[in-house]
Design a protein around this ligand. Structure first.
Ligand SMILES: NC(=O)C1=CN([C@@H]2O[C@H](COP(=O)(O)OP(=O)(O)OC[C@H]3O[C@@H](n4cnc5c(N)ncnc54)[C@H](O)[C@@H]3O)[C@@H](O)[C@H]2O)C=CC1
Ligand code: BAL
Length: 505
């Protein structure tokens, strides 16, 4: 069943929305202790949406204290797993009930196309919250094979207070990737959404309270990276940080940990992901469609975007013809119009960054296959440059926009070597009719996810994260995400009936 409404219906919802504007700490909306605010605008129209609490270190201290109290007194961590499950499933139901409001809020705040907000961000939120809620009371601990004279239990315990620092490209999705497994494991949380896109996280916290989540368990602190992200990273009473964002900011979290309490750090970082198409790939039209999805989905504002097309010379011309046709069918414009597949870039700063690569591509003299223009200082056309060398800036930098670089290779081995010639290692796709080559490629490519004859990121059941400078310390999604929010404890019981003086009882 389609959840998509008409443009007019979305505009009516947009006109009726009230936007949350304060941080959510200890079960209540609160202004920043300093009283400061910052404006949040709709990147597609420039319309002012609301002023949001510009929190600082003192608000982080307050939120961490409340999360610590909520963890230590066991109101969540010691609740029966079954009861935690019920509350998280209630939250999932409430999101479903409010799905259109959340989808519109997400689209207005981020510039993302409404059809994606509905069919991906909101739908996945509902699914992932349910999936992890259901997992929470189905994970068994273990005993170790220690022989007849002892019993050794290996038990999982929630890590404690988890800080989550989020990006702006998938505000709802990255929120649920972090909070669903962490809450299901029994942790309490202090979450910092990206300053550009704080609205839906605040609304989710409100819905979580309505679902029965106890006070202090999920706290949302709004503000900048320097004023909120850094104090979370450096906090002595935060036990773990999970971060999704740029590799340079991820690096800082390792330093914050080293400079504070050696908190556990999990980083999901950038990518410059290869999409390999070999000469023997079948169904070229489908391959072209997938190449475009990899490059242009979410305006290319996607860590797993397939932004390097590594194509074997024998199939290249035929493939590019079809890729060009598909790229031109991706309509760009008003994010609230369900007909549009690409919306606005998230803000002016990011728009300028991406636009500068259009200029660089033209100045470098690459062949412009399609696109190449920005629109209204807001949108970027799906763009393809052919003739790029893998060592060039366009092929090495994470542009985070709808710009595809085409790199031509002459052999399978060259394709693999070019694919791995990057600092990143998040995702890759390979298209070939030869199963052995597909598996050899999947083994050889240093990336956390390799898809064969399709583009994708896996699903709730599969771990997501990176090799090399794309990730560190763990994986989002799947049972492995749950693991990262727990500590392993060994409990050893000696069964020998010996007393202190060595005699048998
Ligand atoms: N892997 C991914 O999913 C993402 C990658 N990026 C990449 O990063 C580039 C820059 O985008 P940004 O928004 O600047 O990314 P960023 O990595 O700086 O921002 C992500 C989060 O980190 C916070 N943050 C920023 N500086 C911080 C600091 N010093 N200490 C603690 N937290 C801090 C931000 O407020 C935001 O919540 C993009 O063009 C893109 O290439 C951006 C967002 C997501
Ligand atoms: N592609 C989902 C994760 C991310 O872009 O950050």
């Amino acid at each position: 069943m389609s959840n998509i409404l008409t443009l007019q219906e979305y505009e009516a919802i947009a006109a009726s929305l009230t936007f949350p504007s304060m941080s959510f700490i200890d079960g209540a909306f609160r202004p920043a202790k300093s009283g400061k605010t910052f404006a949040t605008t709709n990147p597609a129209t420039g319309q002012h949406l609301t002023d949001i609490a510009a929190c600082g270190p003192e608000d982080v201290d307050f939120a961490v204290a409340k999360a610590r109290q909520a963890f230590d007194d066991g109101r969540w961590s010691k609740l029966h797993p079954n009861e935690r499950k019920e509350i998280l499933i209630n939250l999932s139901k409430l999101v479903k009930r409010n799905r259109h409001e959340l989808a519109v809020m997400e689209s207005l705040d981020s510039g993302k196309p409404i059809s994606d907000c509905e069919n991906i961000d909101v739908d996945e939120f509902i699914h992932l919250m349910n999936w992890h809620a259901e997992l929470g009371d189905k994970i068994y601990d273990q005993t170790a094979p220690v022989g007849p004279d002892a019993v050794s239990m290996i038990v999982r315990e929630p890590v404690g207070v988890v800080g989550a620092v989020l990006p702006w490209n998938f505000p709802l999705l990255m929120l649920v990737w972090k909070i669903a497994p962490a809450l299901a494991a029994g942790c309490t949380m202090v979450v910092k959404p990206a300053a550009q896109t704080s609205l839906t996280a605040l609304r989710i916290a409100e819905l979580a309270a309505e679902a029965g989540l106890p006070k202090g368990v999920l706290n949302i602190v709004t503000g900048s990276g320097a004023e909120v992200g850094e104090p979370i990273g450096l906090h002595q009473d935060v036990d773990m940080v999970t971060f999704t964002g740029s590799t340079s900011t991820g690096r800082r979290f390792l330093r914050y940990s080293a400079d504070s309490n050696m908190k556990k750090v999990v980083l999901e970082l950038g990518g410059k992901n290869p999409c390999i198409v070999l000469d023997d790939a079948e169904d070229i039209d489908y391959v072209a469609q997938q190449v475009c999805a990899a490059a242009f989905w979410n305006m290319g504002e996607n860590c797993s975007a397939g932004s390097r097309l590594i194509v074997q010379s024998g199939i290249k011309d035929k493939l590019l013809e079809r890729v060009k046709v598909h790229a031109r069918s991706w309509k760009v414009g008003n994010p609230l119009d369900p007909q549009n597949a690409l919306g606005a870039m998230v803000d002016k700063g990011h728009f300028s960054k991406v636009e500068s690569y259009l200029t660089k591509g033209k100045e470098a003299g690459y062949t412009l296959v399609t696109g190449g223009e920005s629109i209204d200082g807001t949108y970027i056309q799906p763009t393809i440059f052919d003739g790029v060398q893998n060592s060039d800036e366009l092929a090495q930098d994470e542009i985070f926009g709808p710009i595809l670089s085409v790199i031509t290779v002459n052999s399978f081995d060259e394709a693999l070597s070019v694919a791995n010639d990057t600092d990143y290692g998040l995702a890759a796709s390979v298209f070939t009719a030869n199963t052995k080559k597909a598996l050899r490629a999947a083994q050889a490519i240093k990336a956390g996810t390799v898809t064969v004859n399709c583009f994708g990121e896996g699903d709730a059941t599969t771990p997501f994260g990176g090799y090399k400078q794309s990730g560190f310390g763990g994986r989002d999604n799947s049972i492995h995400a749950h693991d990262q929010y727990t500590e392993l404890k060994t409990i050893w019981i000696d069964l020998n009936d010996t007393t202190v003086d060595g005699s048998i009882d």
